[in-house]
Design a binder for this molecule. Structure first.
Ligand code: SER
Length: 314
C-alpha cells in the first residue's frame, strides 16, 4: 500500500527533525506535518488533535496510512497545569487511537518517556518491565497511554508502536517544558559566552540521546518487522547517561572559560525520581537498536551546530 504519513505535533522539538527525515525517505508529498498552529516556513498545516471531527476528516481526506502522534505536554510544564496536561496527553491520544481504529490506519507511533518510571526501580539499570509509579502528571499520562496502546493492539489489532525517549538533545529545534531541556540550554549559554544557570543538581544523572539517534530509533521501530516486536507497551532505548557536571566538564574541554552555576528547583525533584540508566536489551534484540552518539560526540556535534538554534531563538 502507498504510504501517506500524518505527523501530529510536527512543530515541536522532535516533530521538526522527524518531519524532515520522513520527507527525505517518503517524499514531501507523502508526509503531512500538522500542529495546533500553522507554520508556513516549515510547511505545517493547522490541526487540533483535541478536535476529533477535524482529525477524522483529515485522516479520511488524505487517506492517511501512518500516524506519528507527538503532541504532548512534557514533565515540567505538566506540573504547572496538571489538568491541561492530562487533557492534551490523554484525550489527544484517544482521538488518535479511535480514528486509527475506525479508518484502519496501518501503523501508529506514540512516544513514551523515561518519566514513566518512579519509585521502586533500580535507577542504575532500569529494565523494560518494572513497576511504573511516576510522580508527575506527564508520567502518569504516558503510563496510561502505554497501556491503552497495548489494549488497542490486543483488542483491535491496531499496530501501534512506542519508544520511551530519554532526554532528547539537538540543535535542530528548541525543546519546551521538559526536565531534560537543560542539556540543550547549556549549549546556548556556551555559544553566547554566558555562565549557565542549571536547574538540576550537579550530580543528577539522567539518560539522554542525540536527536539523530532518537529519529533513527523512531524510524527503525516503525519500519521493523511486525512479527519481531515483542513489546507493545513501550520500548526502553538507551544512548548515554550524564550529570550536569559531567556535560559541563566536557564542554570545558572545548571552552575552558565555560562556567556553570547550580540552582536546583522543582525540576530537580522530578529528575530525582527518574533512572540514570535504562536497560534497552529488548530494543537491541527485537529491532537491532544501537545508538551512534556518546557524550563526547554529542558535545562536538552540538558545539559545531548550535549557531543554528541560537539564530532561531531571536
Ligand atoms: N524530556 C522529557 C521531559 O523532560 C522526558 O521525556 O519531560
Amino acid at each position: 500500500m502507498h504510504t501517506k504519513i500524518l505527523i501530529i505535533g510536527a512543530g515541536g522539538q522532535i516533530g521538526l527533525a522527524l518531519t524532515r527525515k520522513l520527507k527525505a525517505i517518503y517524499e514531501s508529498k507523502n508526509v503531512l506535518a500538522t500542529d495546533l498552529r500553522a507554520d508556513e516556513e516549515n510547511e505545517i498545516l493547522p490541526l487540533d488533535v483535541l478536535d476529533s471531527q477535524a482529525l477524522y476528516t483529515f485522516v479520511k481526506t488524505y487517506q492517511i496510512t501512518e500516524i506519528y502522534h507527538l503532541a504532548a505536554i512534557l514533565s515540567a510544564s505538566g506540573e504547572l497545569n496538571p489538568q491541561k496536561a492530562w487533557k492534551i496527553n490523554i484525550d489527544g491520544l484517544f482521538n488518535v487511537l479511535e480514528v486509527s481504529r475506525e479508518l484502519k490506519v496501518s501503523k501508529v507511533f506514540f512516544p513514551s518517556t523515561i518519566a514513566v518510571f518512579g519509585d521502586h526501580i533500580d535507577q542504575s539499570n532500569c529494565a523494560n518491565y518494572v513497576p511504573l509509579l511516576p510522580k508527575t502528571v506527564y508520567g502518569i499520562s504516558k503510563v496510561a497511554g502505554e497501556l491503552w496502546a497495548a489494549y488497542y493492539f490486543d483488542k483491535f489489532g491496531l499496530d501501534i508502536r512506542s519508544l520511551r525517549y530519554p532526554g532528547v538533545i539537538g540543535y535542530q529545534s528548541l525543546p519546551g517544558g521538559g526536565t531534560t531541556d537543560y542539556a540543550v540550554d547549556i549549549f546556548l549559554a556556551d555559544f553566547a559566552q554566558k555562565p549557565f544557570e542549571c536547574f538540576l543538581a550537579a550530580d543528577r544523572a539522567l539518560p539522554m540521546i542525540f536527536m539523530d539517534d532518537a529519529i533513527d530509533a523512531t524510524i527503525s521501530l516503525m519500519q521493523a518487522d511486525k512479527a519481531k516486536l515483542t513489546v507493545r507497551t513501550s520500548y526502553n532505548i538507551h544512548a548515554m547517561s550524564f550529570t550536569p557536571s559531567e556535560i559541563a566538564a566536557e564542554i570545558q574541554r572545548h571552552n575552558p572559560k565555560f562556567d556553570i552555576i547550580y540552582k536546583p528547583d522543582f525540576r530537580d525533584e522530578i529528575a530525582k525520581t527518574w533512572p540514570a540508566i535504562i536497560d534497552d536489551s529488548l530494543a537491541r534484540q527485537d529491532w537491532q537498536w544501537k545508538p551512534k552518539y556518546d557524550l563526547s560526540k554529542l558535545v562536538q556535534v552540538m558545539r559545531d551546530n548550535i549557531h543554528q538554534l541560537a539564530s532561531k531563538q531571536q
